[in-house]
Design a protein around this ligand. Structure first.
Ligand code: PMV
Length: 310
């Protein structure tokens, strides 16, 4: 679990409950922070450097288009601070798998910005921190909706829509999810571009699917507020079918969703960009252990999370 502390800045990982991809096109999405994420500290140093110890990564900022993404993302963040600021060493610890649809890059970006803010005495609201993280996210994702950075900074469960205030959602009952990472990393940029190409070719068909997903989001919010997990699970299943129709699912994701449903989950779907990465299954106290067991032979990693938990 990620814990706060003096000068430790947090970025939450997240799951998208409903609404991925549609959110890129201005529709609402329902997302929840999870109790896994990134934390960062910063201190003055003789030059700028970013280290991510669990990945054995150490980069200096660079604007060279051929430089590693992390070096360019670090440079994009630092460029937002005044010239002549002290140079900094930023150290990040991360618990999330990368490229899995759990908002790993945004969690790191938000924690890095938080650590720099704390060290330089910059005070800003979480949503402003999320906005600042867009420059970081663009390096990895091209055209991010901003949902990952917003959840990384703000936490909780919320309906996110581009350009609108974040709407907090209060669950009537705790929402327990089993997250299965299939072990196939996926590229959010590639999956977002694939949907864009399909939409160029068949705008009406794709927009109908995106509108269908938006309707699921509105109903999902009501189900969460009513504590109706059976209804929410059905919405997960419907959303998975719509996402599959956009060719975002994989055999592995389908197998994991099927296994979770057969083991008693209320519903299951891919989460995030798809094309690999993670699925989420909504479970109750009785189905959590059977679903974990059913996923064990299929998943590379399994996480048991409470949606919206700090
Ligand atoms: O970064 P991921 O894999 O969690 O996916 C983000 C969700 C998308 O809707 C696919 C893209 C976006 O920017 O909203």
């Amino acid at each position: 679990m990620i814990e706060g502390g003096s000068h430790v800045a947090i970025g939450h990982g997240k799951v998208i409950l409903l609404g991925e991809h549609a959110v890129v096109y201005g529709r609402p999405a329902l997302a929840a922070a999870i109790g896994l994420g990134a934390r960062a500290t910063a201190e003055r140093a003789d030059h700028d450097v970013l280290t991510i110890a669990p990945w054995n990564v150490r980069v200096e900022p660079s604007v060279d288009p051929g430089a590693p993404e992390l070096a360019r993302a670090f440079a994009a963040v630092l460029a937002q601070y005044p010239e002549g600021r002290p140079t900094l060493s930023v150290a990040v610890d991360v618990e999330l798998p990368g490229g899995a649809g759990l908002g790993c890059s945004a969690a790191i970006g938000v924690s890095v910005i938080g650590a720099i803010d704390d060290t330089l005495g910059v005070a800003r609201e979480p949503r402003a921190r999320a906005d600042a993280s867009l420059a970081w996210e663009r390096v990895f994702h091209g055209n991010p909706s901003g949902i990952d950075g917003t959840m990384a900074a703000c936490g909780g469960i919320a309906v996110f829509q581009r350009g609108q205030p974040l709407e907090r959602v209060a669950p009537r009952e705790p929402l327990r999810l089993i997250v299965g990472y299939g072990g196939e990393a996926s590229s959010t940029r590639a999956m977002v571009e694939s949907v864009a190409r399909q939409r160029d070719r068949a705008p009406e068909r794709v927009d109908q699917v995106l509108d269908g997903i938006a309707a699921l989001v509105r109903n999902g919010r009501l189900a969460i507020e009513a504590g109706d997990h059976a209804a929410l699970g059905k919405l997960f299943d419907l959303c998975q079918a719509l996402l599959s129709s956009l060719m975002l699912s994989t055999t592995k994701l389908e197998e994991m969703c099927d296994a979770a449903r057969r083991a008693g989950a209320f519903g299951a779907k891919l989460t995030g960009a798809g094309g690999g990465g993670c699925m989420i299954a909504l479970v109750g106290d009785a189905s959590a252990a059977p679903v974990r067991e059913a996923l064990a032979p299929l998943a590379a990693q399994i996480f048991d999370v409470e949606a919206g938990a700090p």
